[in-house]
Design a protein around this ligand. Structure first.
Ligand SMILES: [Zn+2]
Length: 535
């Protein structure tokens, strides 16, 4: 019992330290008035209802919505509990102005407590009564007919202690602090342009709880509940990709961003990331929806294949049981495959991430692919196991997705480990399941095509006696992350398997693999062209 009492006492002590009941003397017109107040953060918070008589307004408290309004002849001023916005509505034309104050309102008894210092200016203007705060000789009381653009001085942080001598309300522009100094929840927006659309990233200091997005009439509407936007910063961000114009606005209890979209958009989706503090919205284009315009078809027609021979230069890749280096086999297959494409698919250009024995960083391979606007990215490798020899054998195709089996994860780790040869391995974000959400979102509209190609490819090996088809698997390969196009990674066979190693080291074996991949590409292109033309 003693402990309990002690705790209660401590609670009261702490509470009174942070919020103390007091009073504040102000002048309304020329009359001295004493208002009940609560001191917190060194500020005087006053109950809205206490202003009723002295300013000649009428208050209405809505207990379920936790809102209070004070109605003056020309304006209605509305406050919401625990909220940093005051809404001023003109009685004349219904025009609304939302003003942000640096601290949130506090609960009162069937009332809301507002920080006097930050609301006095607006209350003066809205009521037409001159409010003078203590320590300040002259206060503003602009005519209610005048422009309402003047803002109350806004401080960046909650003041530790209020120095009453310094209290002043901004009257002219010199004293108006820019909105950027206020602590907004959402202060930045970024756009990533991908082959399949545009990714919008919003970062917040608080967690995104409720949000919704919808597309209509060429506009994407995003509503975020309970978070404030840095309107100026967001509105001045340069739009790119499918986004043509941005218009951000704080509203009473939510914030809203309108994105004007370029023609050629199709769908949109939104997810939370980074512990809920990043909101990602994708706006997909029509490229793979079968409704692309003639211009898009021209732009996206299947005319470029990126061939990526794994490893190279100082990075040998796996070493075969027969001493063969993976990098050499990869390059031989890749060059043969490129030759077949160039010879047989006249309108398709081949881009090699490397055409000789040289080292190319993983991220650069994806970059090359994107810069050359590839329609398909094929990374060619050979598999291996720690234990040699192995009975494991065969051809496997990998899609970029979280690894589901121990073997798949190990293979991805092995292939990814080549970043140790790179100058800045830290550039690669670890492919945790969480990061995969992002990656797969960026890849979502062409994942269908990656799967499609992987299926065609694995079928090519079904009748191959030297390399059995190991089927389509999935794992997180860094080299596939960067390529914004349908992409697969091929493990041609096991260099730790005697039979596979001998076959893959032979000219015949290399040609066989190249031919099988080529046949799959040919079929894939046929399907792709049909889809793109919407047939
Ligand atoms: Zn490899």
């Amino acid at each position: 019992m003693k402990i309990k009492l002690g705790l209660i006492f401590l609670f009261i002590l702490i509470n009174s330290f942070y919020a103390q009941k007091s009073s504040v003397q102000i002048k309304v017109d020329d009359e001295e008035v004493l208002l009940p107040a609560m001191d917190k953060y060194g500020l005087s918070f006053i109950p809205v209802k206490s202003l009723e008589e002295i300013l000649g307004g009428q208050t209405l408290y809505n207990s379920s919505a936790k809102k209070i309004e004070i109605k003056f002849p020309s304006y209605i001023v509305k406050f919401t509990l625990n909220n940093q916005f005051m809404v001023v509505t003109s009685q004349k034309d219904g025009k609304q102005e939302i003003i942000q104050i640096p601290v949130a309102t506090l609960p009162g008894k069937d009332d809301i407590l507002i920080p006097l210092r930050y609301t006095a200016g607006i209350l003066s203007k809205s009521s037409g009564r001159k409010i003078t705060l203590p320590g300040v000789e002259e206060m503003i009381a602009e005519s209610k007919e005048e422009s309402r653009e003047t803002e109350v001085e806004i401080k960046n942080e909650i003041p530790e202690e209020e120095n009453k001598e310094e209290v002043e309300i901004a009257e002219n522009e010199k004293n108006v602090t820019t909105k950027e100094n206020v602590n907004y929840d959402i202060s930045s927006i970024r756009f990533d342009v991908k082959a399949n659309g545009t990714l919008i990233r919003l970062n917040s200091s608080k967690t995104f709880n409720k949000f919704s997005q919808s597309i209509s009439d060429g506009k994407l509407f995003l509503n975020i509940v309970g978070l404030t936007l840095n309107e100026d910063k967001i509105n001045s961000t340069e739009p790119s990709g499918l986004i043509k114009k941005i218009s951000a606005k704080n509203q009473e209890s939510n914030s809203r961003i309108e994105f004007l979209l370029d023609e050629g958009y199709s769908t949109s989706e939104a997810i939370k990331e980074k512990n809920g503090k990043e909101l990602l919205i994708t706006v997909h284009n029509k490229i793979f929806s079968g409704t692309a315009s003639a211009k898009d078809i021209e732009r996206w027609k299947f005319d470029t294949i990126i061939l990526d021979a794994g490893h190279g230069g100082k990075d040998p890749g796996a070493i075969g049981i027969n001493g063969a280096k993976e990098k050499d086999i990869n390059l031989a297959i890749t060059l043969k495959l490129g030759e077949l494409i160039e010879k047989n698919l006249e309108d398709v250009k081949v881009i090699y991430t490397r055409a000789s024995d040289k080292f190319v960083e993983l991220y650069k391979r994806g970059k090359i692919a994107n810069e050359k606007n590839g329609n398909l990215f094929i990374s060619i490798h050979c598999n291996s196991t720690k234990q040699k020899p192995t009975h494991l054998n065969g051809f496997e195709v990998y899609l970029l997705r979280p690894g589901r089996t121990r073997e798949a994860i190990e293979i991805a780790q092995m292939e990814n480990s080549v970043i140790k040869y790179e100058d800045n391995p830290k550039r690669y974000q670890e492919l945790t399941d969480e990061n995969f959400i992002l990656v797969t979102m960026a890849h979502s509209s062409f994942m269908k095509y990656s799967e499609n190609f992987a299926d065609l490819l694995t079928k090519q090996f079904e009748g191959n006696n030297d390399l059995q088809s190991g089927g389509v698997k999935q794992a997180g390969f860094y080299v596939l992350v960067g390529a914004s196009m349908p992409s697969v990674l091929v493990e041609s066979g096991y260099l730790s398997n005697k039979k596979n190693a001998a076959y893959l080291s032979s000219k015949e074996g290399q040609s066989d693999v190249a031919e099988s991949v080529f046949n799959a590409i040919k079929k894939f292109k046929e399907n792709y062209d049909k889809d793109l033309n919407g047939k």
